[in-house]
Design a protein around this ligand. Structure first.
Ligand code: TNX
Length: 546
């Protein structure tokens, strides 16, 4: 009997013991130099602290993700998906209010008094990693974890290859953002970008903890959002783009799908309908809105006379426009149809926008008379408010009767920005000389404009968004990508990377910043850009490490 037992059970005991020596008796390994380097090179740099303890934490097939309460389930599942994608594992999420002995434990019990809605901490001790945060904070912790892992975490593993060690340097990270507004604008009007491109844009900005996507949905060259009560805006006004391509638009359902996709990544979508200027695509769609403007010859598109049905016989629509000159079009304040149009557009778009903001543009209305312009902005303020939203406009709106309920987006004129300050408006910092993603890096850049400046990667990083006024009036930072010269996703990536991580850091990280310190971290992100297949500009200013 006893010899039978020995024969039958000894191998099992030996196997169990061996497993226990490697897994149960946890003398944590020392962190590798690579894992330590990743810990030191996070972008945006953690605001409060990032202290490695010299040890390593491994993610394995057996790592369990435990959440303390179900409000964390979607974001924990997002983390599991990120980890599973790169590792090929099938980690799953379970709920327990007791901290487990090992694995990843996520709890909303905050560890820092200022942690707020977006802060997080990651503390690793031995075999247990504890993440604290509200859902948004945990989402940002997940972005940090991506950066703590080898870049291969971004790509599905080749079948059969299981060689990467999913090692994280352990220690303590406490992090929270400096500004509530950390955004980028994508101009889908000059060139249209479809669902897949916008989703990729959302993914890329969320990787660097941005939380605002401002969509520039209308301009002279194209109207990109379906308005059910004014269908020709997209049917006709959306049918072309700069250079004469076929344009395109989002149905309301597609727009809502983008909003949901962004919301899963804790990004608020801010819709912009640019008025009273930059409006030719609407004037070309509805003759009754046209108060008689001259569309520049360059880029003019012949009127399609096969569909004249909505022309009311009085005024003719303008021609579609595919050039790049700005400032030639305007709505007319006293045309009877104008405010029916504005009300309908704001109402329909506000109704499908869960975020609190509505951007009315207001820039470069060069052919709108000044008194009309002010009346327009005052009226927009009422309409946006009546539809339950907070109004944002480009800096020129500071000339109108705005107050602290309005947000002004600074881009070029200190005069207007100061006016906005006097009127107690909040300010978003998008100075064209520093933060315009459509500016060329230098005179050799293959696309981009340079009317404001050439913006190399160092110049893009060297400014302080809080310097303008340091009293909480600055809501944050937004880097706009205008797309007159930008036609493909590769074009987008070339102009946006590697500048965007710097804007993200200016928005997120408090305290003093140094380009010489930052550029080293940025250089270490090359392998990550490659893993994400980002077509970035390999600036000579950055010490790239491949
Ligand atoms: C100015 S910035 C504009 C846009 C152009 C951009 C090109 C602003 C509010 N208006 O209409 O696309 O320059 O850089």
């Amino acid at each position: 009997m006893s010899s039978f037992q020995t024969f039958r059970f000894t191998p099992l005991v030996v196997v169990l013991l061996a497993a226990c020596v490697t897994a149960c008796t946890k003398a944590p390994k020392d962190a590798s130099p690579e894992a330590l380097s990743r810990f030191q090179n996070i972008i945006p740099r953690p605001s409060v602290e990032a202290k490695p303890d010299g040890k390593a934490f491994l993610i394995t097939r057996a790592t369990a993700i435990t959440i303390a309460n179900d409000s964390l389930r979607p974001v924990a599942q997002y983390l599991a998906d990120v980890l599973n994608k790169g590792t090929g594992y099938t980690l799953s999420v379970s709920t327990s209010n007791e901290a487990p002995a090992s694995g990843i434990f996520i709890t909303t019990r905050l560890s820092h008094p200022d942690q707020g809605r977006e802060g997080y901490s990651i503390t690793t001790a031995g075999d247990l990693m504890t993440i604290t945060g509200k859902p948004a904070g945990v989402f940002y912790a997940a972005q940090t974890l991506r950066q703590l892992l080898p870049p291969a975490i971004e790509k599905a593993p080749a079948p059969g290859s299981d060689t990467t060690s999913w090692e994280i340097a352990s220690g303590q990270i406490v992090d929270l953002p400096q500004f509530a507004w950390r955004g980028s604008m994508l101009d889908v009007a000059r060139h249209f970008f479809g669902m897949d491109d916008v989703k990729r844009y959302i993914d890329l900005i969320s990787f660097y903890k941005m939380n605002i996507l401002h969509l520039h949905l209308s301009d002279d060259q194209g109207w990109r959002i379906e308005i059910k009560s004014w269908p020709r805006l997209t049917e006709h006004g959306g049918s072309t783009q700069v250079g004469g391509g076929k344009g395109g638009f989002f149905t309301q359902e597609q727009y809502q799908e983008l909003i949901a996709y962004a919301a899963e990544r804790f990004i608020t979508v801010v819709p912009e309908i640019d008025m009273p200027g930059h409006i030719n695509s609407a004037l070309a769609s509805y003759g009754e809105l046209n108060g008689g403007i001259q569309v520049p010859k360059e880029g003019r598109v012949e009127l399609d006379l096969s569909t004249p049905g909505t022309l009311n016989g009085k005024t003719q629509p303008t021609q579609l426009y595919t050039g790049v000159k700005v400032g030639f079009s305007t709505l007319r304040y006293d045309k009877p149809e104008t405010f029916k149009f504005v009300n309908d557009v704001v109402r329909e778009l506000a109704a499908i926008t869960p975020g609190p903001y509505f951007h009315v543009g207001g820039d470069e209305a060069h052919v709108t008379q000044k008194d009309e312009y002010i009346k327009f902005v005052n009226r927009f303020t009422e309409i946006v408010k009546a539809n339950g939203k907070k109004m944002i406009g480009w800096e020129e709106i500071a000339q109108a009767d705005i107050d602290s309920n309005v947000v002004v987006q600074y881009w070029n004129s200190e005069k207007y920005a100061l006016q906005a300050l006097e009127k107690k408006a909040q300010i978003i910092m998008s100075p064209a000389k520093k933060a315009y993603l459509d500016m060329q890096y230098d005179s050799t850049s293959r696309i981009g404009l340079h009317w404001a400046a050439y913006i190399e990667v160092d110049s893009a990083y060297r400014w302080d968004p809080a310097a303008f006024v340091d009293d909480g009036t600055v809501l944050g930072v937004e880097a706009p990508l205008w797309t007159e010269t930008v036609a493909t996703m590769n074009d987008i990536e070339y102009l946006v990377f590697p500048r965007l991580p710097g804007y993200a850091e200016l928005g997120w990280t408090s305290g003093t910043k140094s380009w010489d310190e930052y550029k080293v971290r940025l250089g270490k992100h090359a392998a990550r850009f490659d893993a994400l297949e980002i077509d970035y500009y390999q600036s000579p200013k950055v010490p790239w490490v491949k």
